[in-house]
Design a protein around this ligand. Structure first.
Ligand code: S3P
Length: 445
């Protein structure tokens, strides 16, 4: 499906972005591992999360959809899943695949995991290696890519694992496997990544602690074999999804929008810090705690943005927001630099290369130097390009935001990928004043 974003004027109004993708995956999986019935409100019903729901069903978990975003999960307890009869297809979802590998590592049967062409290209060694060290057998295609066969064990051993990358997916896979191992398992990461798994597990009765690690980094330790109690989960709106309307409004002078109920976990808000440093006016209203997570309303007022230099240490807290922040930098006056972006190369696409190529096609001067990207901003760029989303929802949405801010609009081919994380993206944006249309099939190139 091809979409066309035409230039828009100032944005106005309010909207609630869809539920947080990370928390949605986790609430389904953790509810499945509790003993008894959990209820979830505000679940993201995007394709990624639905793939996780289907995988859990194939593993013997009963899930009932009670209404929009309202689900009931009948948990089977830690190690209570059943061997699936067929391949588990996680679609486009790295979080679904990697976290589920952690859970399956603790079950003494064999499961087969696969996904779409994007997920089958992504590296799995980062989770396969620690899970093997705990006692699971994992067979993969060359380069440790999916499809994979995971033969787990009911007798995993606890480990201390130093991950070379700050990745919540790696950390979570190990913590989920550690639920099945006796004693303490520790994951050390170079910088703190999002901590939703830790918060949710603690809320369900598991014992965890976090402390600076000897030799650098942060160590998270969990005590294995807890009994997890069922919960009522409330999923906040996704700060990563909110970043798309936020940038569209921040970079268009005269805009004022409110984004409601957005998750403000400090491990997720680096993009808003960066936008504020660029001169965007962002106010947080109605800040409160909901289901163990901070949430609030973001009020964004548009204006002239200025260039920014984003340190590498901030990467984990805004890892998914770089593509749309590059768009903000294209509108800002001066040369921005984003440092330490190696992890962007292994997301749903190589986001560093794909963004640089697409920005250049839209008339934006930019360049990659090592793991850094610089972007030379100069007010509204030309646009006028047709970008291939390459099975990457955030590439698609970033260029549709750029199209609204550019002089000539932008077309995005393969825009159906947006449904993985942000169903109703065009409708939400258009409700605020954007002009995104679906190109009739006959007219798509
Ligand atoms: C996620 C962690 C991040 C992020 C992804 C969701 C999660 O990936 O990019 O969209 O839910 O744990 P990494 O952990 O690989 O950085």
């Amino acid at each position: 499906m091809e979409m066309h974003a035409l230039p828009h004027g100032p944005l106005a109004g309010e909207a609630r972005p869809p539920g947080d993708k990370s928390i949605s995956h986790r609430s389904l999986m953790l509810a499945a591992l509790a003993v008894g019935e959990s209820r979830i409100e505000g679940l993201l019903e995007g394709e990624d999360v639905l793939a996780t729901a289907h995988a859990l069903e194939a593993l013997g978990v009963e899930l009932v959809r009670r209404g929009a975003g309202a689900w009931t999960v009948h948990g089977v307890g830690v190690a209570g899943l059943a061997e699936p009869e067929t391949v588990l297809d996680l679609g486009n979802a790295g979080t679904g695949a990697r976290l589920l590998m952690g859970i399956l590592a603790g079950h003494g049967f064999t499961s087969f995991l696969s996904g779409d062409a994007s997920l089958r290209r992504r590296p799995m060694a980062r989770v396969a290696e620690p899970l093997r060290a705990m006692g699971a057998e994992i067979l993969t295609r060359s380069g440790c890519r999916l499809p994979a066969a995971v033969t787990g064990s009911y007798r995993l051993v606890p480990i201390t694992w130093r991950s070379p990358v700050a990745s919540a997916q790696v950390k979570s896979a190990i913590l989920l496997a550690a639920l099945h191992a006796p004693g303490e398992t520790t994951v050390i990461e170079p910088l703190p990544s999002r901590d939703h798994t830790e918060r949710m597990l603690a809320g369900m009765g598991a014992s965890l602690r976090s402390a600076p690690a000897e030799g650098g980094g942060v160590a998270v330790t969990i005590v294995g074999q807890p009994e997890l109690s069922p919960q009522s989960f409330t999923v906040p709106a996704d700060p990563s999804s909110a970043a798309f309307p936020a940038v569209a409004a921040a970079a268009r002078p005269g805009s004022r929008i409110r984004l409601l109920g957005v998750g403000l976990n400090p491990s997720r808000t680096g993009a808003y810090t960066t936008l504020s440093e660029m001169g965007a006016a962002i106010a947080i209203l109605d800040r409160r705690l909901e289901g163990g997570e901070e949430v609030g309303t973001l009020e964004i007022t548009g204006g002239e943005l200025r260039a920014v230099d984003v340190p590498a240490e901030r990467a984990p807290s805004m890892i998914d927001e770089y593509p749309v922040l590059f768009v903000a930098a294209a509108l800002a006056r001066g040369r921005s630099r984003f440092r330490g972006l190696g992890e962007l190369r292994v997301k749903e696409s190589d986001r560093l290369a794909v963004m640089a190529e697409g920005l250049a096609a839209c008339g934006v001067r930019c360049g990659i130097e090592g793991d850094d990207l610089w972007v030379e901003g100069d007010g509204p760029p030309a646009g006028g390009a047709r970008i291939d989303a390459r099975l990457d929802h955030r590439i698609a949405m970033s260029f549709l935001v750029l199209g609204g801010l550019a002089r000539e609009g932008v077309r995005v081919a393969g825009a159906e990928t947006i449904a993985t994380s942000f169903p109703g993206f065009a409708e939400l944006m258009n409700g605020l004043g954007a002009r995104i249309t679906t190109v009739p099939a006959g007219e798509a190139v």
